[in-house]
Design a protein around this ligand. Sequence first.
Ligand SMILES: CC(C)(COP(=O)(O)OP(=O)(O)OC[C@H]1O[C@@H](n2cnc3c(N)ncnc32)[C@H](O)[C@@H]1OP(=O)(O)O)[C@@H](O)C(=O)NCCC(=O)NCCS
Length: 205
Amino acid sequence: MSDFVIAGTAAPEDAANDLLDAAFGPLRRMKTSYRLREGARPVFSFSAHEAATGRLAGVVSLWPLRIGQDGHEALLLGPLAVHPDFHGRGLGGRLMAEALAAARAGGQRLILLVGDGPYYGRFGFQPVPEGQLLMPGPFDPHRLLALELVPGALAGARGLVLPAHRWVGKSSAALEPPGQGEQQKGGGEHGQGGKEPDAGGGDQA
Ligand SMILES: CC(C)(COP(=O)(O)OP(=O)(O)OC[C@H]1O[C@@H](n2cnc3c(N)ncnc32)[C@H](O)[C@@H]1OP(=O)(O)O)[C@@H](O)C(=O)NCCC(=O)NCCS
């Protein structure tokens, strides 16, 4: 029997926060990738528990993004974390395999993350060409990585990366009923009128 049981659901928030603190340290919330998850709901979440004890061992989630004026769709992967007690047993790789399979099955085209190139390179992630994408906060351009699930998906993506619910691009007006485009500027389908959606998944996983 496998050491770990992986479920396609987010871990309970308190347990996930403890795990993320252990994996990344308390300053993790300062990262720009957290800005991309605030107020959003994950599209996919996976949590792994140790089979023998039921203890939370690892988590990963994927979050909806929109890029640039054209609102190019992508997913943000992260955080991927395995509790230090369980490192080196293949769990990070298994969680990545689950996350990437779910994204492919869901018809997704592009995944972004901010992380260590030497680790994520094994899953096919490559550095984004410098200057192609901007983030809503400071980031190390060498750590902004992309995986094209559809060849060429990155080439069409240019500009500011935003959480999908915060994106207000030129095409959002086209999605609104006739005559309402101007009044709803800044509050269209993706703008939410400045109101946060249910933070359900929160920024914990
Ligand atoms: C990165 C992480 C998810 C890996 O989980 P894991 O279950 O130990 O991973 P696996 O057992 O599947 O793979 C282990 C391999 O990854 C390598 N690895 C782990 N962290 C790495 C890193 N930051 N850079 C490069 N390689 C790394 C290990 O050396 C090992 O290599 P090997 O297969 O050649 O022996 C886990 O170490 C973690 O949560 N770390 C803290 C947060 C973090 O660094 N997140 C990702 C990078 S931003």
